[in-house]
Design a protein around this ligand. Structure first.
Ligand code: MF3
Ligand code: CO
Length: 250
């Protein structure tokens, strides 16, 4: 069932989103070569708790950290590791979730470490833009598949692969709520979008094929062909007019 949030719930999700946007900004500024992916997680958890929030990923289905740190060909759910150091030229996807007074916000960003290749930068930029192309259709009266199709069409226009095995989701008092939000077109139009729905829209885009594999840790998802992957996600609110991006600062 897809829930419609009350004005009170929306206000709490706005605050959760504002905090999460700041968490991402602070993490972005802290990233540098030589930092371990575990350092990123520790710092992220400290920032989240400093805002009085709970890191929603920690222990979620047994996930052992607060921030998913996915480097280069890692698509999502990379597990922070004290022996994995970030180096110049890497691209790193940071996915974080916070709970504020019982309400969730979920967002991801991909950053370059130091100087990165123009190809890597383009993948990051197109992945981010595919989110914005998708939410042009995130309006009451449209159907969910309008968003999914727009994301896919934009990313595939650059020859990139749109990951099929993982999708976005509804969000609210739970991290994952109905509906699923694919980043690729479906045969069905999907649910009718209505004001008060809150969605985590999260394109995962590969430089090569869309195909992915799970590592032996049962979490880390990597591209099957070893190509780079980028991730961009925000929690949004469907309104009577333009969607509100809750996890971005205006
Ligand atoms: N943004 C991801 C998702 O919505 C993050 C989940 S990581 C997990 O599924 F550890 F919490 F599973
Ligand atoms: Co998510």
């Amino acid at each position: 069932m897809v829930s419609i949030k009350s004005e009170r719930e929306i206000e709490l999700m706005r605050e959760a989103g504002r905090i999460l946007a700041r968490v991402h900004e602070e993490l972005e500024h802290a990233l540098k070569p030589g930092m371990s992916t575990l350092d990123v997680d520790r710092l992220g958890e400290k920032i989240i708790r400093g805002y009085g929030c709970i890191p929603s990923f920690k222990n979620y289905n047994g996930y052992p950290a607060s921030i998913c740190v996915s480097v280069n060909d890692e698509v999502v759910h990379g597990i922070p590791n004290k022996h994995h150091y970030l180096k110049e030229g890497d691209i790193v996807s940071l996915d974080a979730g916070v709970i504020y007074k019982g309400y969730h916000s979920d967002a991801a960003r991909t950053h370059g470490i130091g100087q990165i290749s123009p190809e890597a930068q383009k993948l990051i930029d197109v992945t981010r833009q595919s989110f914005f192309e998708g939410i042009k259709f995130a309006k009451a009266g449209n159907h969910l598949n309008d968003i999914s199709s727009a994301i896919q069409a934009y990313a595939e226009g650059f020859g990139y692969g749109v990951v099929r095995d993982l999708v976005g989701h509804g969000i609210g008092s739970h991290l994952h709520e109905d509906p699923e939000v694919p980043n690729f077109s479906q045969k069905r139009r999907g649910i009718l979008l209505r004001p008060g729905m809150t969605l985590a829209i999260e394109p995962m885009i590969n430089e090569g094929s869309w195909d992915v594999v799970w590592m032996d840790d049962d979490w880390t998802v990597v591209t099957r062909d070893g190509s780079l992957s980028a991730h961009y996600e925000n929690t949004i609110l469907i309104t009577e007019g333009e969607p509100e991006i809750l996890s971005l600062l205006k």
